[in-house]
Design a protein around this ligand. Structure first.
Ligand SMILES: Cc1ncc(COP(=O)(O)O)c(C=O)c1O
Length: 378
């Protein structure tokens, strides 16, 4: 391979070659039984996922967005309700409360870990209470980029304010905090199996985790049009949010190699930390946690330095990405919802952040090329 050959930002073909035999076997089984929606693979996957992250219940659904929506629907969140969430996250986190008629209230993030800032969260809840227009109802804590949010602090704030606490684990399934896999830090946890996620399907998929039997039952009903004990008993307004058996089969094949993939991502992150740590700001780890390293994001000095780095890296065959070029309160879809509070960290990160490739099929040579190219830009 020449040293100009592009390095893939994510290499799903290489991953597919590693799991080809098991994958083919599992897909053939689905083609054989033809139960394409909520088939036996779906139940097998739910059991395996709950065991993997130590949660009492897993309810698979059709996407991470639908997982968030079902969790909020189950709490009856809607018009007049305030849902607190970070301004620096993917659009789905804010889109869901809005779809249900609730108002997203944007909270700033920690400048070094990029996770929702508990101190600012508490201030924002006070502010909304004092304002008296909206009723504080829920917090969505996002585990951004593969890392854990500060869950003990978020739980304290939720408890003090009697708010529903939802973990948006879409980017970070496989991460842990205080020696425990994420999945049971909040009242409910929503994850995504979008293909580019650390554990990704070959299409859309997601899952909900909860310790509450009652909530799990509600989630199962809501994902199937609000059905009751029998198929044609409709208890509530629900949605079509079920997972396909083919996606479950793919996820089962990938789950078998997931722990070793997490270790490979961690190893690459450590090399980046060591090689790049003196030249750029590398991501700070949340104390006593492990990351699923969905994204390895560094901070450049300013926007001009980022533009320059992206250009030089691209010319050297190294792809990069910007998550996120705009915080949500600056997006046209959400700016009218924002009360004008300053969110300086989210705004600053948007101008300087840059994601480098990180996936289990990067070779040592690739990682060396990425580091050498990156160091040449600063
Ligand atoms: C933080 C976050 N929340 C929610 C979602 C939505 O997941 P999905 O794409 O599976 O609907 C994503 C997906 O990218 C995400 O990054």
């Amino acid at each position: 391979m020449t040293d100009k050959q592009p390095i893939p930002f994510l290499d799903l073909k290489a991953q597919q070659r590693r799991i080809a035999i098991d994958l083919r076997h599992r897909l053939d089984a689905v083609l054989e039984h033809c139960q394409f929606v909520l088939g036996p693979e779906v139940r097998e996957l739910e059991t395996a996922l709950a065991k993997f992250c130590g949660a009492a219940h897993c309810v698979s659904v059709s996407s991470g967005t639908d997982a968030l929506q079902i969790a909020l629907m189950a709490e009856g969140i809607g018009r007049g309700d305030a849902v607190f969430l970070p301004a620096f996250t993917y659009t789905a986190t804010a889109e869901v409360p809005l779809l249900l008629g609730a108002t997203p209230v944007f909270v700033d993030v920690d400048p070094r870990t990029f996770q929702i800032d508990p101190v600012h969260l508490a201030q924002r809840i006070e502010q909304v209470r004092a304002d008296g227009k909206l009723k504080p109802r829920a917090i969505i804590g996002v585990d951004l980029f593969g890392q854990s949010a500060e869950w003990p602090a978020l739980r304290d704030i939720a408890r003090q304010n009697e708010l529903f606490l939802l973990d948006d684990l879409a980017q970070s399934f496989g991460a842990s905090l205080h020696g425990k896999m994420l999945g049971s830090q909040a009242d409910a946890t929503a994850t995504s199996f979008f293909p580019s996620k650390p554990l990704g399907a070959y299409g859309d998929g997601g899952a909900l985790f909860t310790e509450s039997e009652q909530r799990a039952e509600l989630y199962r009903s809501l994902r199937t049009h609000g059905e009751g004990k029998t198929r044609y008993e409709v208890l509530r307004t629900g949605m079509n949010g079920r997972l396909d058996s083919i996606q479950a089969a793919v996820l089962l094949a990938k789950l078998a190699v997931f722990p070793e993939e997490l270790r490979a991502r961690e190893r690459i992150a450590q090399i980046y930390d060591q090689r790049l740590g003196n030249a750029v700001t590398t991501p700070k780890r949340v104390a006593d946690s492990t990351s699923a390293w969905a994204i390895y994001a560094i901070l450049l000095h300013d926007e001009a330095a980022r533009d320059r780095a992206q250009m030089v890296l691209r010319a050297g065959g190294v792809p990069t990405a910007i998550y996120y070029p705009r915080p949500l309160h600056r997006q046209p879809a959400y700016s009218a919802q924002h009360d004008g509070s300053a969110l300086p960290v989210s705004e600053d990160l948007a101008t300087r952040i840059l994601a480098l490739p990180i996936h289990p099929d990067l070779t040592d040579h690739d990682v060396d090329r990425i580091c050498t190219a990156m160091l040449a830009t600063v």
